[in-house]
Design a binder for this molecule. Structure first.
Ligand SMILES: Nc1ncnc2c1ncn2[C@@H]1O[C@H](COP(=O)(O)OP(=O)(O)O)[C@@H](O)[C@H]1O
Ligand SMILES: [Mg+2]
Length: 232
């Protein structure tokens, strides 16, 4: 099982080569290396969108500068956007720009990135996590940003509470799991945020080594143990 691989984005090739080498030796790796490879670039969200999943509208760019940010605002009909790395985690290297707070003329992302309209729901109700073990919903988590930030990660003052999803919201998360191009995931975490339409959209489908929020899911350990045993 992958453990604390939270700097893989800095060494993606070595990380994936190691997983492949383990599988070649006949070691069962969870999640499998093919899943990790697919999940290590956020472009998988594009594939999910193409298969009909509810996603956040996104522009995929090889790089971005001030002109791209202004163009994205016009394209989305919004005054605020978020720019993030296509390979990234933990909110690192992410920016939020508004019409009265544009990047400097000479600013560039300097890498492949994605631009999205800023979802006001992140500030109003936060983000939701749905943890799945062996394809079955285990537990939900509500994640809110702390004062003065929009990122829900604890690194920026965010905090988590228990969350029991409505039937409609759970169905939204289950639809994302169903849209994944794999059916052998030991665990995955579907992070979702609400679109202005009221529907939840996938922000990330984390299948590498996501934090699975055991505090909010007391049954997690037993569920995971059972799913691991079934693979041995
Ligand atoms: N389009 C968006 N609108 C508002 N907030 C966003 C948007 N995209 C990301 N965020 C905020 O930034 C955080 C980190 O973005 P995310 O896409 O989850 O990347 P990662 O966690 O891999 O760094 C989210 O949890 C959310 O709080
Ligand atoms: Mg995230």
């Amino acid at each position: 099982m992958l453990g604390t691989a939270w700097d893989y984005q800095d060494h993606p090739r070595e990380f994936l080569a190691k997983l492949d080498a383990l599988e070649e030796r006949g070691v069962t790796v969870c999640n499998p290396s093919k899943v990790v490879r697919w999940n290590s670039e956020k472009r998988y969200l594009r594939a999910l969108e193409q298969s009909g999943a509810a996603t956040v509208p996104t522009l995929w760019l090889d790089d971005a500068g001030q002109g791209d940010i202004v163009a994205a605002m016009s394209r989305f009909g919004t005054d605020r956007v978020v720019v993030k790395r296509q390979v990234g985690a933990g909110g690192l290297g992410q920016f939020s720009f508004s019409r009265d707070n544009l990047p400097a003329q000479d600013w560039t992302m300097g890498r492949p990135c994605m631009v999205q309209p800023f979802l006001p729901s992140i500030l109003e109700e936060g983000e939701y996590t749905f943890v799945f073990i062996d394809g079955e919903f285990s537990h939900g988590v509500s994640k809110r940003a702390g004062p003065g930030d929009y990122r829900i990660q604890s690194l920026y003052g965010g905090y988590e509470t228990d969350f029991t999803p409505s039937q409609a919201d759970l169905a939204g998360a289950e639809a994302i799991v169903a849209a994944l191009p794999f059916d052998d995931l030991l665990y995955c975490r579907i992070d979702m945020a609400r679109l202005p339409s009221g529907e939840l959209a996938v922000m990330e489908a984390e299948a590498i080594e996501p934090y699975l929020y055991p505090e909010q899911g007391p049954g997690l350990g037993a569920r995971l143990a059972k799913a691991i045993l079934a693979r041995l």
